[in-house]
Design a protein around this ligand. Sequence first.
Ligand code: AP5
Length: 217
Amino acid sequence: MAGKMRIVLLGAPGAGKGTQAKRLCAQFDLAHISTGDMLRHKLAHGTALGLSAKKKMDAGELVSDDIIVGMLKDRLEEKDADAGCLFDGFPRTEHQAQALDSTPARPTAVVDLDVDDESVVERLCGRLVHPPSGRVYHVHFSPPKIAGKDDETGDTLVQRDDDREETVRERLSVYRRQTLPLKSYYGKSPVHYISIAGGGDIADISRRLIAELQSQN
Ligand code: AP5
């Protein structure tokens, strides 16, 4: 995999990782590897792993490192990851970061999207999703053409179970305790580290990110 782009997207819940991941993957032709989406996919298929993960997810806690690292390593075996990939919501602990660094897919760039807590709460409490496609909307910031309906299929949009305010605040506190230390982990490593303000216009954030990544590649 040497020479390929492998980007880690860090950032609090609701920082806009999924939103920016879709744009960056389209721009650079990368495989989108979202551990949150993978867990929700397993849950939708009724697997034991999905069902046990749901308890943690609904409580706003992290799923165990063993489960996540095992799932990630299986995902890296898939062919599309060879051409480069973007990790969205992974790693979330130092153990996960070390596990990734021990594979041939160690990151070439780490992007930290920085958003304040109150914006996160506003974003997540207003988020609507279309689970079959993964399309994401926001009631104010990125509304569907018809309120409550998916633009492509007309299906009814839903709120994620973990997007209730109380759970969002717990996710923020878990993020501060377990994931924020990764800033210093990557700060000490030779990887290209980009910190970018995640507030404001979605397309403008993408433009700044793409420019930063192109300047280093
Ligand atoms: P996961 O699904 O990864 O959730 P998350 O990291 O909490 O991130 P979100 O998906 O909530 O937000 P996002 O940053 O992608 O924001 P988005 O672009 O959607 O994980 C869920 C759970 O799974 C975890 O809590 C944990 O239990 C488990 N898990 C997953 N990975 C794990 C791991 N590695 N280890 C252990 N456990 C793991 O945007 C949010 C909203 O804001 C949208 O409505 C969007 O339209 C809007 N928006 C986006 N950008 C802007 C903007 N610039 N201005 C205004 N609104 C915006």
